[in-house]
Design a protein around this ligand. Structure first.
Ligand SMILES: Cc1cc2nc3c(=O)[nH]c(=O)nc-3n(C[C@H](O)[C@H](O)[C@H](O)COP(=O)(O)OP(=O)(O)OC[C@H]3O[C@@H](n4cnc5c(N)ncnc54)[C@H](O)[C@@H]3O)c2cc1C
Length: 552
């Protein structure tokens, strides 16, 4: 059996940042189900927040983040992120990240939603691409071993101590137990639990599901971010940077409708709010084919080509509209997982030797609603901290010994899947699950509809026990991987809906038509979901408030 000091699952920004931060001299390896630079971080568009300008301050950034989170974010973690963020941005630049510049040659910053100062640093509208490639170069430079196109199936945990993972070499179809003194999950989000999403098809939340099954609680899973500007049908993202640069949202009457809802912040109100306003416009008959219009024409060709070249290409390719000439139809779409594996501000979980960072974790800096540009910052700050803390931990662990039972259990599961000759195919199950989530757990929620979704999820879970695969081969069996991913999605859908049914209030992205008010007396608390045979068991935990007492 192979054993590493630190094993990192996930090679997006959080995972690679953790690997690069791990102490020199340690044996560090990273596993990813796709080539590292195909991780979803590469698709990030609009930018990364940090108070790097002398007129801005980390305290102002922390305030905006706490307020934007509906005061559900843990303020100790928010302080860490906003305080340490500026140095991280400058380090990224020293490592080679090419940020866009202002007229004075400094790193340019654009306004983003919910922010009191224009503090989003960016590389045109391809920020994730720029940062991920820089991190990959550093990974190569440090000689970190990469298990490329290996799929992790489960965590090995004995007596609440994490000892490694069971993973499949996808190319050969072989299972392996890989031991580690510390495991860091940086496995990203679960956007694909919805039928349409801005997320890559690989974003199936495997890490959250594995941690949950291994006994670590998931926190605040009911909070799912819907981004206000995604393309009809495909769900492809049009960055908030488009509104940051001055884009308008119009309804069919040609009205800038945000003026009615929030005349101060207009299109740059927080995402949860703008998405709800758009949906209301559509529901009241002032939309076009379920969309509103994003108008960028007044920005002019030069600015669009310089600052928003990618979204122009996307709009032309996927809806046949050139934003230089016409408004683009957009609608709110599933985008980001605020919830995830519960950690403290050092990325530690409830299992010894097991850490989580990035979108799969819930630190929690985003609470009930994430501000645009804060997720990339979270991956960098907390990825680094996870690498540092895991390095300290492994010095205290002498050896790793693993029993054979976890490996045999996974082997049996895979063999059963490959052997079964009849049963349902996975496609329809995945579609039905995604459709139920989209229909009943969207922007506006109510008990009855969520209960329908729960019934559907439970039905899908039963049918999942009898799925059969057409491809029973070993070599690069993507149908097998998709089947395992579907298992993760079912677990997560259940935690989202159960958390949402129980939370009888509206806060951030969780808006209940039957409980439209925020209720701090009853609900200023985190939801924790523990895995049991009969489904998620919920407990609640207090929110850490340091310097910003909740106000409306
Ligand atoms: C289109 C889009 C645009 C965005 N734009 C912005 C933006 O401008 N600013 C901002 O702040 N945020 C943005 N976000 C959010 C942000 O990009 C993500 O939250 C962040 O990049 C997630 O990084 P990560 O490192 O946590 O995970 P990811 O980059 O998603 O990486 C996950 C990794 O885990 C691996 N993995 C997962 N499961 C397994 C498994 N079972 N076995 C092995 N490996 C596994 C994957 O292979 C991958 O390497 C955007 C998101 C999207 C979808």
């Amino acid at each position: 059996m192979r054993v590493h000091d630190i094993l990192i699952v996930g090679a997006g920004l959080a995972g690679m940042r953790a690997a690069v931060a791990a102490a020199p001299g340690l044996d560090v390896a990273i596993i990813s189900k796709v080539h590292p630079v195909r991780s979803h971080s590469v698709a990030a568009q609009g930018g990364i927040n940090a108070a790097i300008h002398p007129n801005d301050s980390w305290e102002a950034h922390a305030f905006d983040t706490a307020k934007g989170s509906g005061y559900l974010g843990d303020q100790d973690a928010i302080e860490v992120m906003c305080q340490e963020g500026p140095a991280d941005i400058l380090e990224l630049e020293r490592l080679g990240a090419i940020f866009s510049r202002n007229g004075q040659g400094q790193i340019a910053q654009r306004p983003f939603g919910g922010a009191g100062y224009p503090r989003t640093c960016y590389a045109a509208d391809r920020t994730g691409h720029s940062l991920l490639h820089v991190m990959y170069e550093q990974l190569m430079k440090k000689g970190v071993f990469v298990y490329e196109e290996w799929y992790v199936l489960s965590l090995i945990v004995e007596d609440k101590v994490c000892k490694g993972v069971i993973a499949m070499d996808v190319l050969r179809g072989e299972l392996h137990a890989i031991g580690a003194k510390a495991v860091i999950f940086a496995t990203g989000g679960y956007g694909r639990v919805y039928s349409s999403s801005t997320n890559a098809v690989i974003n199936t939340g495997d890490g959250m599901s594995m941690a949950y099954r291994a006994g670590a609680p998931l926190m605040d899973m009911e909070f799912v971010q819907f981004h206000p500007t995604t393309l009809r049908e495909t769900g492809i993202l049009i960055t908030e940077g488009a509104r940051g640069e001055g884009g308008y949202l119009l309804n069919t009457l040609g009205e800038r409708f945000m003026n009615r809802y929030d005349p101060q912040r207009m299109e740059l109100a927080t995402r949860d709010f703008v998405s709800r306003c758009e949906q209301q416009e559509v529901d009241e008959g002032r939309g076009v084919d379920g969309c509103v219009l994003l108008d960028l024409r007044h920005l002019g060709k030069k600015k669009i080509l310089e600052r928003l070249p990618q979204i122009r290409e996307l709009a032309i390719s996927f809806v046949g509209v050139d934003p230089i000439e016409s408004p683009v139809p957009v609608r709110p779409g599933a985008h980001y997982s605020m919830g995830g594996i519960r950690t403290n501000a050092w990325c530690e979980t409830e299992l010894a030797g097991f850490y989580a960072a990035g979108e799969c974790a819930c630190v929690s800096v985003h609470g009930a609603n994430r501000l645009g540009g804060n997720s990339l910052l979270e991956t960098i700050v907390f990825g680094r901290r996870a690498g540092v803390r895991a390095s300290e931990h492994v010095r205290r662990v002498k050896t790793v010994e693993i029993a054979s039972a976890p490996f045999l259990a996974e082997q049996k599961k895979v063999e059963r899947l490959l052997k079964r000759k009849n049963g349902e195919r996975i496609g329809p199950l995945r579609e039905e699950l995604g459709a139920a989530m989209t229909e009943h757990l969207g922007i506006f929620r109510a008990r009855e509809r969520m209960e329908k979704a729960l019934q559907k999820i439970q039905e899908v879970r039963q049918r999942y026990e009898n799925i059969h695969l057409e491809d029973r081969g070993k070599i690069f069996n993507t149908e097998l991987i998709n089947a395992l991913e579907l298992g993760s999605l079912i677990d997560l859908a259940e935690t989202i809906v159960v958390g949402a049914i129980n939370r009888e209030e509206s806060r951030g992205s969780h808006y209940r038509k039957d409980f439209p008010q925020r209720n701090d007396a009853g609900w200023l608390r985190h939801t924790l979901a523990y895995c049991t045979e009969s489904g998620p068991h919920l407990e609640y935990a207090p929110v850490k408030i340091t310097r910003f007492p909740p106000t409306q």
